[in-house]
Write a protein that binds this ligand. Sequence first.
Ligand SMILES: [Zn+2]
Length: 156
Amino acid sequence: MLGKLTRWLRMLGHDVEYSKSLDDDQLIARAKEEGRVLLTRDLKLYQRAISRGTDTFLVEGKTEDEKLAELAKRFSLKLEIDVATSYCPKCNTRIELVSKEEVAEHVPKTTYAYYNEFWKCPKCGQIYWQGAHWKRIETTLRKARETLENSDLRSV
Ligand SMILES: [Zn+2]
């Protein structure tokens, strides 16, 4: 249910596992085993995790920026992307800065001409650059920061 949020958190530099195939008991056991916080929108799963002493957080926000703001508040996350610390949104592996030459064959010509910084996932091979979509990413993060600031005001 939180696939999109998972990709956001990875971009923000967090090691986040995601599973559609595990059932509730397996998810709780896995989170506990690996010392992870279980993020869920499912109140029953959340309550069950608490009753078993597993760290868990109930994500209630509707939009991505609301969800990110909630998590930032609870876990003191920084709502800014530093690509040097990003994990691959697809496979949760730290991405690496690569030389322009290295990606020449793998990105569109116009992209190659226009951008100078490229990152590559050593595991799945996905190549990243701060292309046109980056504006949307920045907009969502800015909204999330605003939402966070407003929620701080309300709680005073
Ligand atoms: Zn990857």
